[in-house]
Write a protein that binds this ligand. Structure first.
Ligand code: HEC
Length: 208
């Protein structure tokens, strides 16, 4: 029996199909291999080999230790008392616009997001009638004297962990001095400005 055209075509057809499916698979295998290699290289970038980590030279870190006589760089708010005598109340009113989103400054002003701030200098902390303070502020001892205000207004959340005053703070000492001078003016009888002795005492505690 000779090979018919039909047999021939069928054989060619089968062969073609086989070739295509195998080539496709081959290509997929290659692709997978490439991807795996790339992934390996990439992971090597992210996580250096253990071996490398072990062989790497330990980096000597010079830990700077503050010497006893050099004053450490101030980390918190700068002293404020000396700035108060020359602080600018009008500039303070402008800066205090930032506070008005949450506070009212008028005498008898209502509590808003924050308590009313009339007569706040030297007032007891967390003691404005009818205002629901955070537990942190409600439990705080003492009064809002100049230095306490300086600390709080510099960075409320650092001064008092748990306060609900969501305000980043006034980083410039002059801004704080101006605002505190403005707060001082919000009273029937503003408290005294700091004396020279107060100023000297504050400076020395902060730079020692
Ligand atoms: C986003 C709202 C918000 C802004 C802005 C804000 N405060 Fe407050 N403030 C509060 C809240 C709320 C409290 C109560 C905090 C608590 O109970 O922990 C508070 C408390 C205070 C207190 C303590 C009052 C007390 O009776 O013990 C002072 C002082 C104060 N703020 C001053 C200021 C000043 C000055 C500014 C602007 C420079 C300012 N705040 C900006 C929300 C704000």
């Amino acid at each position: 029996m000779g090979i018919t055209t039909q047999d021939y075509l069928q054989t060619v057809g089968i062969f073609k199909e086989w070739t295509i499916s195998n080539l496709t698979r081959l290509r997929l295998d290659l692709l997978a291999a490439l991807l795996a290699m790339a992934g390996y290289k990439f992971s090597e970038l992210l996580v250096p080999h253990q071996e490398l980590a072990e062989n790497a030279y330990p980096i000597e870190v010079q830990v700077a230790t503050a010497s006893a006589d050099a004053p450490a760089a101030p980390k918190g708010p700068e002293p404020i008392l000396a700035l108060l005598a020359t602080a600018d109340v009008n500039a303070g009113i402008k800066t205090a616009k930032k506070c008005t989103a949450c506070h009212v400054f008028d005498k008898g002003g209502k509590n808003k997001v924050g308590p009313g701030l009339w007569n706040i200098v030297n007032a007891d902390k967390g003691a404005i009638d009818g205002y629901a303070y955070s537990a942190a502020l409600a439990e705080m001892e003492g009064a809002w004297d100049y230095q306490a205000l300086n600390g709080f207004l510099y960075k409320p959340k650092a001064y008092l962990a748990g306060t609900k005053m969501n305000f980043a703070g006034l980083k410039k000492p002059q801004d704080r001095a101006n605002v505190i001078a403005y707060l001082r003016s919000l009273a029937d009888a503003p408290v005294a400005l700091p004396s020279d002795a107060d100023i000297a005492a504050e400076t020395s505690t902060l730079t020692q």
